[in-house]
Design a protein around this ligand. Structure first.
Ligand code: AMP
Ligand code: ZN
Length: 114
């Protein structure tokens, strides 16, 4: 966990462009945005991947998802929507091993992904 990039961001050891924070959640802009709006919503609890979540994490996961839509709506995307993505492990091309929801909006997004 000590070597986790997002844990270091949450601890303030690495700077970020913060969108939101409370006692359980942190959200910050992605360093390499793929849309006019692109931020990450992460739990402060270190959970490496969605496959590692336990039953006791269910409420936290729900809170993350609800906060993701609230924050996207607050950025003017309520009407047109956007995309909420959780990449998971190798086949999901997850590159940072700390659960995060990518929240994207502000342009039409292609489907399916490559
Ligand atoms: P994933 O590939 O789903 O694990 O997503 C990791 C995301 O973290 C990528 O979209 C990166 O651009 C983003 N990222 C990596 N380093 C940072 C950082 N220091 N601050 C903000 N976002 C980052
Ligand atoms: Zn972590």
């Amino acid at each position: 966990m000590n070597d986790c990039l997002f844990c270091k961001i949450i601890a303030g050891e690495i700077p970020c462009n913060k969108v939101y924070e409370d006692d359980e959640i942190c959200a910050f802009h992605d360093i390499s945005p793929q849309a006019p709006v692109h931020f990450l919503v992460v739990p402060k609890k270190h959970i490496p991947t969605l496959m590692d979540a336990k039953g006791e994490d269910a409420a936290l996961l729900g809170k993350l998802l609800y906060k993701a839509q609230e924050l996207l709506a607050a950025r003017g995307c309520a009407e047109k929507g956007g995309r909420f993505v959780i990449n998971c492990k190798e086949d999901g091309m997850q590159t940072v091993s700390h659960i995060h929801i990518h929240v994207l909006g502000g342009r039409p997004l292609l489907w399916p992904p490559g």
